[in-house]
Design a protein around this ligand. Sequence first.
Ligand code: ACO
Length: 334
Amino acid sequence: MNTAMDSSIIIKGIGAYTPDRVLTNSDLAHMVDTSDEWIQSRTGIKERRIAADNESCSDMATKAAEKAIKNAGLTAQDIDMIIVATITPDMPFPSTACLVQKQLGISPIPCFDVEAACSGFLYILDIASSMLKTGNYKNALIIGAEKLSSILDWEDRSTCVLFGDGAGAAVLSISDCANVGIIGTRLAANGNDAKILYMPGGGSTCPASVQSINDRQHYLKMLGKEVFKSAVKVMEQSTIDMLREYNLNADEISCFIPHQANIRIIESFSTRMKIPMERIPVNLDRYGNTSAASIPLALDEALNNNKIKNGDYVLMIAFGAGLTWASTLLKWHC
Ligand code: ACO
C-alpha cells in the first residue's frame, strides 16, 4: 500500500513579490561614502527593492503567498499549514505566519516562523515536507520574506549596500507521481560562527534601551570577509556531498539555484565546481541579498524564464547567519 511516507512532495505552485521602490547604487552614493563602481565590482548588485514604510514583512509574504496558491490551482482554504522563514518578522511575536494566516483569511491551522537567516527557505521546505509525509496534511504554504531595510544601518556602507526586501512563497503538496519533487535536503549549522553575522540588540540579552539605541545595537553587523570565506567553502562542500549521496554528477543538474548574496561568491562556486554560469540563474543584480526570500525569488524567475523543464534536476544551495547552510535536490515534477 502506498502511504504518505512513500509519496513524492512537489512544489505545486510558486509566487514572488518585490516592492515597487527601487534603490540604485547611485542613490546609495548620496547616502554613504560609496560608488556604483565599488558596489558593482565587489558584489554584482546594481539595485535593490525597498518596502514602503507602511509595508510589513507579512504584507509582502501574503502577496507572494496569494500568487503561489493561485499558481498551484488552489484556494487559501486548501492550505493546511503556514511556515514563514524570516529574520525580520513584523514583531517578536506573534509569528509572521499567524499574521499571514489572518490576511489570507484561513481558519485554524498550524502557523509558525523559523529563523535560519538566508538558509531559512530550505530549512522550512524540509520541515514542511517532513510534516506532509506524516499524512496529516495535504498542502503546506512556505514563505521566505524579509524587510531587511528595517534592520540595516543606513550609515554603515559595508552592509547597507548589500541587502534588499522581498518575499517568495511555495505551496508544497503530496503527489501521486513517484520519484519527483523533493529528492533530498541537508541542513546544517555551526553556532561557533554566530558573531560573524548577527544583530546584537532587541533580544533578551540586549533589550531595547536608550543605551542600546545610541550604541546602534539594533542593526545587522557583519564581518564580510569571514562570511565570504565560509560561504565559498560550504556551498562547494554541500554540492559535492549532495551529488555524491544521490550518485549524480554536476553535468546532470540542469539548474543550480544559489543564495543570491554576492556575484563573486557565485562565480567562485561556478569556477571551482566547473559549472557554467548559464546553469546558475542570478538576480542579485536587481534585488541584492534578500536573505530567506532569495532562493524562492530566484526559483520563481528561473521557472518563468523556462530554465527548468519537467524531469530536470535542480539543486538549491544556501548559507547565512548562524552560520547555517542547506541544500535541496529537486526533480522538477510531471
Ligand atoms: N563602498 C566603498 N568602499 C567600501 C564599501 C562601500 N560600500 N564597503 C566597504 N568599503 C571599503 C572598506 O572600508 C575597505 O576600505 P579600506 O581598505 O580602506 O579599509 C575596502 O572597501 C575593502 O573592504 P573589504 O571588506 O575588504 O571588501 P571585500 O572585498 O571583502 O567586500 C563584501 C566586502 C562585499 C561585504 C564581501 O566581503 C562579501 O560579500 N561578503 C559576504 C557577505 C555575504 O555573503 N553575506 C551573506 C549572508 S547574509 C545573511 O545571512 C543575512
